[in-house]
Design a protein around this ligand. Structure first.
Ligand code: S3P
Length: 441
């Protein structure tokens, strides 16, 4: 099977209702928390992507049983001290920063050394940001000069910590929360705003966690060593996967889409706020609450009157995985859009800020860059004719998907490499594009 695709035609107008795959962040958190719950958890709609499969493989290596029956995963948790290993172990987190970082917190009390490794992309990412706070608990943990492999030797006598999370990284915050679960006493965190799924899930499980939400940060307190029972959870759709279809619909003529059952947690909906500030009129329908998370259907209509934005820095964290497609919308908007402080984008599965700037310039969009700030000169008449090849050297799933959206919305003849990368988060991405009428070879 070739690992590249060809797109030679723009997408025609469409009116559709779709489901996207389930939320990746919630899927990984459910697997990890279920593994240390007491008794069985029943997870519906678990995302079946590589990142989540790697999480399942990891807990299995740690002695946890799971099985799939129909659309449910049953995970047989064995309590906070239940992750057992008879000898030292290697866990491969693949491409997943979330898995690699969060599982370190769960392993705070391991008795045997566990080595975390990952693929080429994950091996280039910073782990000091999570290893340093974990050391403060009294956990014996070492990285390879800030990178993988990370070896965790655990700690017998852990102490609660006060931790200031200043990056806005949910992975760091969550790793600390999971370590705090294993630690006596109260761990306190002052965290710059970032996605709060771990906190909400813990709250729904009656783990003693308190969250005070301030404008720019959250104050969190968690009392450790409280066992909790296995749970049922139905995972909603992923807004990060929806993002590709939201932007595709916006910038394709005369089209409409309804994306069913999507998680619209405030800490994830930066893309909707940003696009609506650009004059899109995206709506939430059928809004409801599910165990502290908000879920809705997202309704989007084409809009050929998008205007530029001076994007508030305060929205960066809640749109962090969506900027690649947001930049495509800015390329079609009237005026010059500004995005600032996007250094974190270069710390993802690939250096996404660098890649986005090259990409936009390649398709003829003027981009000015000063360090981590960019200005995109939009062109409402953008209509491509040439040939484009996207090598996707880092095999980044979101680079692949955003390239497909650009090809289908802007025209031209495209060869896009590394189709397999979508297995990380959105295995049926191409099938859904075909449902909308896309011609993809
Ligand atoms: C995630 C947090 C974010 C995000 C990633 C998933 C999570 O990373 O980019 O795709 O599930 O906690 P950071 O914590 O590094 O910002």
């Amino acid at each position: 099977m070739p690992n590249n695709i060809l797109i030679k035609k723009k997408l025609k107008p469409f009116i559709k209702k779709i489901f996207v795959t389930s939320d990746k962040s919630l899927s990984i958190r459910c697997v990890l928390l279920a593994s240390v719950a007491i008794g069985v958890s029943k997870i519906e709609n678990l995302l079946e992507s590589e990142d989540v499969k790697d999480a399942l493989k990891a807990i299995k290596k740690l002695g946890i049983k799971y099985e799939k029956k129909k659309k449910y995963y049953f995970i047989y948790g064995s309590g906070l001290n239940g992750l057992t290993t008879n000898s030292s172990l290697i866990l491969n987190a693949g491409n997943s920063g979330t898995l690699a970082r969060l599982i370190l917190g769960l392993l705070a009390k391991t008795k045997n050394v566990i080595k975390i490794i990952g693929d080429k992309s994950l091996s280039k990412r910073d782990f000091s940001r999570v290893v340093n706070p974990l050391k403060n608990f009294g956990i014996n943990i070492r990285s390879n000069n800030g990178f993988l492999p990370v070896k965790i030797y655990g700690g017998e006598f852990l102490r609660p910590i006060y931790y200031e999370e200043n990056i806005g990284s949910a992975q760091c915050k969550s790793a600390v929360l999971l370590a705090a679960l294993n630690t006596p006493g109260i761990t306190k965190i002052k965290a710059k705003k970032s996605r709060n799924h771990t906190e909400l899930l813990m709250k729904s499980l009656k783990i003693p966690i308190q969250i005070k939400s301030k404008k720019k940060f959250d104050l969190i307190e968690l009392k450790g060593l409280n066992e909790f029972k296995g749970f049922n959870y139905k995972i909603p759709g992923d807004i990060s996967s929806s993002a590709f279809f939201i932007v595709l619909t916006l910038i394709t003529n005369n089209s409409r889409i309804t994306i069913k059952d999507v998680n619209i947690n405030e800490s994830r909906t930066g893309i909707i706020k940003i696009l609506n500030m650009m004059n899109a009129k995206i709506l939430y329908l059928n809004k409801r609450n599910y165990k502290g998370e908000k879920v809705a259907d997202i309704f989007v209509e084409s809009n050929n009157k998008l205007k530029s934005i001076n994007c508030p820095i305060s929205l960066n964290s809640s749109a962090i995985d969506e900027f690649l497609v947001i930049f495509l919308a800015a390329s079609k908007a009237r005026g010059i859009s500004q995005f600032r402080n996007l250094g974190e984008l270069n710390k993802k599965e690939s250096p996404r800020l660098d890649i986005a700037v090259k990409f936009l310039r390649m398709i003829g969009i003027k981009v000015q860059r000063k360090k981590n700030n960019i200005k995109i000169h939009g062109d409402p008449n953008l209509n491509l004719k040439g040939k484009f090849v996207i090598k996707n050297f880092f095999q980044d799933h979101r680079v692949f998907m955003m390239s497909c959206i650009a090809a289908l919305a802007f025209g031209g003849e495209w060869k896009i490499y590394d189709k397999k990368s979508i297995n990380t988060s959105f295995p049926n991405f191409i099938e859904i594009l075909r449902e909308l009428g896309a011609k993809i070879n």
